[in-house]
Design a protein around this ligand. Structure first.
Ligand code: C2E
Ligand code: CA
Ligand code: CA
Length: 517
């Protein structure tokens, strides 16, 4: 990802990551609140059903007993039994006795008024009838009438649904064919009608509801949405710490990742992914003739904001963080692309590519190079490789890579010669064929008496070992003259040219590759 995008993207992701768990916590707590409330209502519906079943079955049992006792109707003894059962069975308010559908007496005594028998509108057993909502008119409450034989028990309907509840709710009882028997509470009649006629559980914008079915009745419970809202905030307090912790964790992770991305390693990865590296070319001069015979490819990192990063700032870092291999690959491809035409048309031109210690150890880059050289039909002898002494520490691995490179036709140079610690015998044992004298020895020419003894010694030794010599960092005419006289074949330095962009180098090459002395 581009560096300037990292911050906005991180902020965007951070916002999402921060809000998502919170949103999920709100959503989940609502869902859980509804589910919990539904279970709660289910319990109450079950208890209501039990209570109604119990009240009605007790009334049935009382009437059955009276029928079995086979009383002469309305005798003092019979009236006493009526009173007793009315007292014993809590839900029974009164028991009435009929003959030929006419009231003859009730638990208080012989009938005073002409009252006809309530017609049962539901049969709950074969012989027990129920009359729903029978009344004598205001102000008397409507009763539930249980009929058996000549008897009718009047039941207070409120008692059927008289279940103590901990939160506000409506409780109801209905017959299985969907007729409301009793209800407590204020829920709207449409909801009550629906719940009376079928078993339902669920929620709407306004209510949550649940129902259960028994053998004779169906019971239901409904609560207002406000109860759920109260439960929601309860659940939310439980979930919120988890949500906050998850948000914090994810935001922390995003911050960590974006810092990583914005670190040099992250930038390098980005640079590699977007191939932000290009090659500049520093001309290499044949000292005796002053002709340009080649160039060293030097990496340049141009960041998207237009700034340039010097290789000595990022190459050691890339080596340390094992990011050098893809950089080497990019450089190989750049050189082949930039110089393909020039290398093909002029077999005397060569380009030197810098290879890191890790590359020398693994030898992996040679596959990329071999494939590239084949693809571009360049003579491998025109590609030189440069590596510092650090690359030769693991001598066996280095020997394999160098030997293979030589076999493929490449010249291999030891770079920065004289600055490392490798022994001469090690160098002799490696199949190297070019030696680049480090700039520090060139700087010493004509200045420090002590080093100027070392420089001729290096040159002499290199000649003895049949190395091709390249002097680096030549800045003065004096150095040029000295090296020429000492028989150093090639040189590079600001005296001739700095590293140039591909086009500029090609122009330089075309004007400097003819002998001018
Ligand atoms: P090096 O391989 O020793 O490259 C020579 C460095 O000396 C270059 O610096 C070059 O611009 C500079 N130089 C050449 N002539 C003169 C001169 O007359 N005076 C002075 N003061 N400097 C001169 P640069 O391009 O900054 O590269 C620095 C180092 O970065 C290179 O040293 C090399 O170690 C590394 N490097 C550059 N390109 C690559 C690459 O493609 N791959 C790898 N692995 N390392 C690279
Ligand atoms: Ca070099
Ligand atoms: Ca060098």
């Amino acid at each position: 990802m581009r560096r300037r995008l990292i911050l906005p993207v991180a902020i965007g992701l951070g916002l999402i990551a921060g809000l998502l768990p919170l949103g999920a916590a709100f959503y989940l707590s609502r869902e859980r609140a509804v589910a919990t409330e539904q279970e709660h209502l289910q319990d109450y519906a079950r208890w209501t059903l039990q209570r109604a079943d119990l009240a009605i079955s007790r009334a049935k049992a009382g009437l059955r007993r009276l029928v079995m006792e086979n009383h002469d109707l309305c005798t003092p003894r019979h009236l006493q039994r009526l009173q007793q059962i009315t007292m014993d069975v809590l839900s029974i308010e009164d028991i009435r006795v009929f003959r030929n559908d006419r009231l003859v007496c009730d638990s208080r005594g012989p009938a005073q008024r002409l009252v006809s028998m309530a017609k049962p509108n539901v049969m709950i057993s074969d012989d027990i009838g129920l009359t729903l909502g029978w009344g004598m008119g205001s102000p008397f409450p409507e009763m539930l009438v249980v009929s058996f034989g000549p008897y009718q028990a009047l039941l207070n309907r409120d008692r059927l649904v008289d279940v103590l509840h901990d939160t506000p709710m409506t409780l109801g009882i209905a017959t299985l064919d969907g007729r409301l028997v009793a209800k407590s509470g204020v829920t709207n009649s449409r909801m009550v009608d629906q719940l009376s006629s079928s078993e339902m559980g669920g929620s709407t914008d306004r209510e949550v509801f649940a129902s259960v079915r028994g053998s004779d009745f169906r019971a239901f419970a409904v609560s207002e949405r406000s109860v759920v809202d109260a439960r929601t905030s309860e659940e939310l307090w439980k979930l919120l710490p988890i949500a906050v912790a998850v948000s914090a964790l994810v935001i922390g992770l995003i911050i960590w990742m974006s810092r990583q991305r914005m670190s040099l390693a992250g930038e390098l990865r980005t640079g590699i992914a977007y191939r932000e590296f290009i090659a500049h070319y520093q001309p290499i001069i044949e000292l005796a003739t002053g002709r340009c015979v080649g160039a060293e490819a030097l990496i340049r990192w141009r960041k998207p904001d237009g700034t340039w990063v010097r290789p000595d700032l990022f190459i050691p870092y890339a080596e340390e963080h094992h990011l050098i291999a893809p950089i080497t690959d990019i450089m190989i491809e750049r050189v082949l692309d930039d110089m393909k035409a020039a290398l093909q048309s002029d077999p005397s031109l060569h380009i030197a590519i810098n290879i890191s210690a890790e590359d020398i150890q693994s030898g992996r880059f040679l596959n990329v190079l071999e494939e590239g050289v084949k693809r571009t039909e360049i003579n491998p002898e025109q590609i030189w490789l440069e590596a510092t002494e650090r690359g030769f520490m693991e001598a066996d691995a280095a020997r394999g890579t160098i030997a293979r490179a030589r076999q493929l036709g490449h010249a291999v140079a030891i770079d920065d010669f004289g600055t490392g610690y490798s022994s001469l015998s090690l160098l002799e044992s490696l199949p190297l064929n070019v030696l680049k004298i480090d700039k520090s020895f060139i700087d010493a020419i004509g200045r420090e008496a002590a080093t100027s003894i070392v420089t001729p010694a290096i040159i002499e030794m290199a000649h003895r070992l049949k190395f091709v010599l390249v002097a680096e960092g030549i800045e003065t005419e004096q150095q040029d003259r000295y090296l020429k006289k000492a028989g150093v074949e090639f040189g590079q330095g600001w005296l001739y040219s700095k590293a140039l962009p591909p086009k500029d180098f090609l122009l330089f090459y075309s004007t400097h590759n003819k002998p001018f002395i």
